[in-house]
Design a protein around this ligand. Structure first.
Ligand code: GRF
Length: 188
């Protein structure tokens, strides 16, 4: 049974779906939730599911303080689900091909530093693109640049607001992210 740590900065609705999925899976369990924001709702979700959680500051993350925590909880695999800080090199090295992220657009479009949350959906709306979607990818030292594992698409209608686009993208995330994580874990 592999142990997953989820890193999230905000609401954590993806984290919730992942936690639920792995409650009934044999491959892995969610063993730890990490957030950089003390008031992130994802921490409440961890509490509701009796999953240990920790808050880590940007400085602690950069200084290497996350590694002993991950060791303590015997973490094998890291999932970024709306985590806004850049993953430092020491972590990428310690978890080669064992950190994955979800991005709410079809990378390489609408990725990189500062492209997160509603900004992404706003940019999609302004571009006039007729489709958007999700990208699940391995994490390297640069924002949104690691090897792509999976992309899923949805239609963008001319009158869709950024909020409506976000809703469609979230549905794709809930549908695919837990399953793709499981598939990656089984393949390793
Ligand atoms: C998701 O859209 C994810 O793709 C992005 O951040 C958002 C997090 O949403 N990286 P939630 O916290 O899981 O509700």
């Amino acid at each position: 049974m592999k142990k997953i740590a989820i890193l999230a900065s905000g609401n954590g609705s993806n984290a919730e779906e992942i936690i639920k999925h792995f409650k009934n899976a044999e491959a892995a369990e969610v063993a730890l939730i990490i957030s950089n924001k003390p008031d992130a709702f994802v921490l409440k979700r961890a509490e509701n599911h009796n999953i240990p959680s920790k808050v880590i500051s940007r400085k602690q993350l950069q200084d290497g303080d996350l590694l002993p925590v991950l060791k303590h909880y015997e973490i094998d695999f890291i999932v970024l689900a709306g985590f806004l800080l850049l993953i430092p090199q020491y972590l990428v090295k310690a978890f080669p091909n064992k950190i994955i992220n979800i991005h709410p657009a079809l990378l390489p479009k609408y990725g990189g530093k500062g492209m997160y949350g509603d900004r992404v959906h706003q940019a999609v709306k302004e571009s006039g693109d007729k489709e958007t979607g999700i990208t699940i990818h391995f994490v390297n030292e640069n924002y949104d640049e690691g090897e792509v594992i999976f992309q899923g698409k949805c239609e963008v209608l001319p009158n869709d607001t950024p909020e409506q686009i976000a809703k469609k993208v979230h549905q794709l995330e809930y549908k695919y992210f837990p399953k793709i994580i499981e598939q990656v874990l089984l393949d390793q």
